[in-house]
Design a binder for this molecule. Sequence first.
Ligand code: COA
Length: 164
Amino acid sequence: MSDGYTIRGATLSDAERIFALIHLNRDQLVPRSMGNIIENIDRFVIAEADGEMVGCATFQVHPEIGDPEAAAVEIQSVADKGPVRRRGIGRALVEAVAERVAPFRPREVLVLTFAPEFFRALGFREIPKTNVMHKLYTGCINCTKHANPFTCPEIAMVREFAGK
Ligand SMILES: CC(C)(COP(=O)(O)OP(=O)(O)OC[C@H]1O[C@@H](n2cnc3c(N)ncnc32)[C@H](O)[C@@H]1OP(=O)(O)O)[C@@H](O)C(=O)NCCC(=O)NCCS
Protein backbone atom coordinates (compact mmCIF):
# COMPACT_ATOMS: atom_id res chain seq x y z
CA MET A 1 0.00 0.00 0.00
CA SER A 2 1.36 3.40 -0.97
CA ASP A 3 -0.54 6.71 -0.67
CA GLY A 4 -3.85 4.91 -0.41
CA TYR A 5 -3.43 2.61 -3.39
CA THR A 6 -2.03 -0.84 -4.08
CA ILE A 7 -0.61 -2.35 -7.27
CA ARG A 8 -1.18 -6.05 -7.96
CA GLY A 9 -1.34 -8.56 -10.79
CA ALA A 10 -4.77 -8.67 -12.45
CA THR A 11 -7.18 -11.57 -12.07
CA LEU A 12 -9.86 -12.69 -14.49
CA SER A 13 -12.47 -10.91 -12.41
CA ASP A 14 -10.72 -7.59 -13.23
CA ALA A 15 -11.10 -8.06 -17.01
CA GLU A 16 -14.40 -6.22 -17.35
CA ARG A 17 -13.14 -3.19 -15.42
CA ILE A 18 -9.90 -3.16 -17.43
CA PHE A 19 -11.99 -3.19 -20.61
CA ALA A 20 -14.10 -0.27 -19.32
CA LEU A 21 -11.03 1.80 -18.36
CA ILE A 22 -9.34 1.25 -21.73
CA HIS A 23 -12.60 2.07 -23.50
CA LEU A 24 -12.98 5.25 -21.43
CA ASN A 25 -9.52 6.34 -22.63
CA ARG A 26 -10.11 5.24 -26.23
CA ASP A 27 -8.79 8.52 -27.65
CA GLN A 28 -5.37 7.81 -26.13
CA LEU A 29 -5.22 4.00 -26.12
CA VAL A 30 -5.39 1.23 -28.70
CA PRO A 31 -8.73 -0.54 -28.22
CA ARG A 32 -8.81 -4.07 -26.81
CA SER A 33 -11.57 -6.65 -26.93
CA MET A 34 -12.63 -8.52 -23.79
CA GLY A 35 -11.20 -11.65 -25.44
CA ASN A 36 -7.81 -10.02 -25.88
CA ILE A 37 -7.76 -8.84 -22.24
CA ILE A 38 -8.74 -12.27 -20.91
CA GLU A 39 -6.16 -14.03 -23.12
CA ASN A 40 -3.44 -11.71 -21.80
CA ILE A 41 -4.67 -11.29 -18.22
CA ASP A 42 -1.37 -12.60 -16.83
CA ARG A 43 0.41 -9.56 -18.28
CA PHE A 44 -1.83 -6.94 -16.69
CA VAL A 45 -1.17 -5.09 -13.45
CA ILE A 46 -3.86 -3.01 -11.82
CA ALA A 47 -4.07 -0.27 -9.20
CA GLU A 48 -6.71 -0.37 -6.49
CA ALA A 49 -7.82 2.44 -4.17
CA ASP A 50 -10.57 2.07 -1.57
CA GLY A 51 -11.33 -1.39 -2.96
CA GLU A 52 -11.93 0.02 -6.44
CA MET A 53 -9.92 -0.74 -9.60
CA VAL A 54 -8.52 2.66 -10.62
CA GLY A 55 -5.70 1.90 -13.07
CA CYS A 56 -4.12 -0.68 -15.35
CA ALA A 57 -1.05 -1.35 -17.49
CA THR A 58 0.30 -4.25 -19.50
CA PHE A 59 3.10 -5.22 -21.89
CA GLN A 60 4.02 -7.11 -25.04
CA VAL A 61 7.40 -8.59 -26.00
CA HIS A 62 8.58 -7.62 -29.50
CA PRO A 63 11.16 -10.12 -30.81
CA GLU A 64 11.21 -8.21 -34.10
CA ILE A 65 12.60 -5.04 -32.45
CA GLY A 66 16.30 -5.23 -31.65
CA ASP A 67 18.33 -8.35 -30.91
CA PRO A 68 15.85 -11.25 -30.45
CA GLU A 69 17.85 -12.42 -27.41
CA ALA A 70 17.28 -9.05 -25.74
CA ALA A 71 14.07 -8.03 -27.47
CA ALA A 72 12.21 -4.83 -26.69
CA VAL A 73 9.17 -4.85 -24.44
CA GLU A 74 6.34 -2.45 -25.17
CA ILE A 75 4.36 -0.97 -22.29
CA GLN A 76 0.70 -0.78 -23.30
CA SER A 77 -2.72 0.27 -22.04
CA VAL A 78 -1.44 2.53 -19.24
CA ALA A 79 -4.38 4.42 -17.75
CA ASP A 80 -5.82 5.53 -14.46
CA LYS A 81 -9.11 7.17 -13.62
CA GLY A 82 -9.34 10.97 -13.83
CA PRO A 83 -9.93 11.65 -10.12
CA VAL A 84 -6.82 9.71 -9.00
CA ARG A 85 -4.37 11.21 -11.48
CA ARG A 86 -1.20 13.03 -10.42
CA ARG A 87 -0.85 10.89 -7.29
CA GLY A 88 1.92 8.64 -8.61
CA ILE A 89 -0.36 5.78 -9.69
CA GLY A 90 0.61 5.99 -13.38
CA ARG A 91 4.29 5.86 -12.42
CA ALA A 92 3.69 2.93 -10.05
CA LEU A 93 1.86 0.99 -12.81
CA VAL A 94 4.69 1.51 -15.32
CA GLU A 95 7.34 0.56 -12.73
CA ALA A 96 5.35 -2.56 -11.78
CA VAL A 97 5.33 -3.65 -15.44
CA ALA A 98 9.07 -2.84 -15.74
CA GLU A 99 9.75 -4.96 -12.63
CA ARG A 100 7.69 -7.80 -14.03
CA VAL A 101 9.59 -7.89 -17.34
CA ALA A 102 13.08 -7.27 -15.87
CA PRO A 103 13.77 -11.02 -15.37
CA PHE A 104 13.34 -11.50 -19.16
CA ARG A 105 16.37 -9.20 -19.62
CA PRO A 106 14.92 -7.08 -22.42
CA ARG A 107 17.13 -4.45 -24.01
CA GLU A 108 14.65 -1.65 -23.51
CA VAL A 109 11.11 -0.70 -22.70
CA LEU A 110 9.26 0.96 -25.55
CA VAL A 111 6.09 3.00 -25.62
CA LEU A 112 3.97 4.68 -28.28
CA THR A 113 2.11 7.46 -26.56
CA PHE A 114 0.14 10.68 -26.63
CA ALA A 115 1.44 11.45 -23.11
CA PRO A 116 5.18 12.08 -23.70
CA GLU A 117 5.54 14.37 -20.66
CA PHE A 118 4.38 11.56 -18.37
CA PHE A 119 6.88 9.10 -19.85
CA ARG A 120 9.66 11.73 -19.92
CA ALA A 121 9.16 12.15 -16.16
CA LEU A 122 9.74 8.37 -15.91
CA GLY A 123 13.07 8.53 -17.77
CA PHE A 124 11.90 7.67 -21.29
CA ARG A 125 13.37 9.51 -24.30
CA GLU A 126 11.89 10.10 -27.72
CA ILE A 127 13.09 8.00 -30.68
CA PRO A 128 12.23 8.25 -34.40
CA LYS A 129 9.16 6.21 -35.30
CA THR A 130 11.22 4.71 -38.11
CA ASN A 131 13.07 2.73 -35.37
CA VAL A 132 9.88 0.76 -34.75
CA MET A 133 8.67 0.23 -38.30
CA HIS A 134 7.67 -3.38 -37.75
CA LYS A 135 5.54 -2.45 -34.77
CA LEU A 136 3.86 0.30 -36.82
CA TYR A 137 3.06 -2.03 -39.66
CA THR A 138 1.73 -4.83 -37.47
CA GLY A 139 -0.01 -2.85 -34.70
CA CYS A 140 -0.77 0.62 -36.02
CA ILE A 141 -1.92 -0.64 -39.38
CA ASN A 142 -5.06 -1.91 -37.62
CA CYS A 143 -5.83 1.52 -36.15
CA THR A 144 -8.89 3.26 -37.56
CA LYS A 145 -8.01 6.73 -36.20
CA HIS A 146 -5.28 7.71 -38.66
CA ALA A 147 -4.77 6.67 -42.26
CA ASN A 148 -1.00 6.52 -41.91
CA PRO A 149 1.13 5.78 -38.80
CA PHE A 150 3.52 8.57 -39.78
CA THR A 151 0.83 11.25 -39.74
CA CYS A 152 -0.43 10.01 -36.34
CA PRO A 153 0.78 12.31 -33.54
CA GLU A 154 1.71 9.38 -31.28
CA ILE A 155 5.31 9.56 -30.11
CA ALA A 156 7.71 6.61 -29.83
CA MET A 157 9.84 6.57 -26.66
CA VAL A 158 12.26 4.15 -24.99
CA ARG A 159 13.95 3.59 -21.66
CA GLU A 160 16.98 1.34 -21.56
CA PHE A 161 17.29 -1.28 -18.87
CA ALA A 162 19.99 -0.42 -16.34
CA GLY A 163 22.93 -2.81 -16.48
CA LYS A 164 22.33 -3.97 -20.09
C1 COA B 1 -0.84 9.27 -18.51
C2 COA B 1 -1.44 8.82 -17.18
C3 COA B 1 -1.40 7.30 -17.07
C4 COA B 1 -0.61 9.46 -16.05
O1 COA B 1 -1.07 8.93 -14.82
P1 COA B 1 -0.86 9.69 -13.41
O2 COA B 1 -1.29 8.75 -12.35
O3 COA B 1 -1.49 11.03 -13.45
O4 COA B 1 0.73 9.87 -13.41
P2 COA B 1 1.67 10.09 -12.12
O5 COA B 1 0.92 10.84 -11.07
O6 COA B 1 2.27 8.79 -11.73
O7 COA B 1 2.81 11.03 -12.74
C5 COA B 1 4.15 10.63 -12.90
C6 COA B 1 4.93 11.80 -13.41
O8 COA B 1 4.44 12.18 -14.71
C7 COA B 1 4.02 13.55 -14.69
N1 COA B 1 2.81 13.65 -15.50
C8 COA B 1 1.71 12.87 -15.41
N2 COA B 1 0.80 13.25 -16.32
C9 COA B 1 1.34 14.30 -16.98
C10 COA B 1 0.87 15.14 -18.01
N3 COA B 1 -0.34 14.94 -18.58
N4 COA B 1 1.68 16.14 -18.44
C11 COA B 1 2.90 16.34 -17.88
N5 COA B 1 3.41 15.56 -16.88
C12 COA B 1 2.62 14.56 -16.44
C13 COA B 1 3.73 13.87 -13.24
O9 COA B 1 3.87 15.24 -12.96
C14 COA B 1 4.79 13.03 -12.54
O10 COA B 1 6.03 13.68 -12.57
P3 COA B 1 6.93 13.87 -11.23
O11 COA B 1 7.00 12.49 -10.60
O12 COA B 1 8.22 14.37 -11.75
O13 COA B 1 6.13 14.81 -10.38
C15 COA B 1 -2.93 9.33 -17.03
O14 COA B 1 -2.95 10.73 -17.25
C16 COA B 1 -3.91 8.67 -17.99
O15 COA B 1 -4.51 7.64 -17.67
N6 COA B 1 -4.07 9.26 -19.20
C17 COA B 1 -5.00 8.70 -20.22
C18 COA B 1 -4.41 7.48 -20.88
C19 COA B 1 -3.01 7.74 -21.50
O16 COA B 1 -2.78 8.75 -22.16
N7 COA B 1 -2.08 6.78 -21.26
C20 COA B 1 -0.71 6.86 -21.74
C21 COA B 1 -0.61 6.24 -23.08
S1 COA B 1 0.21 4.69 -23.11
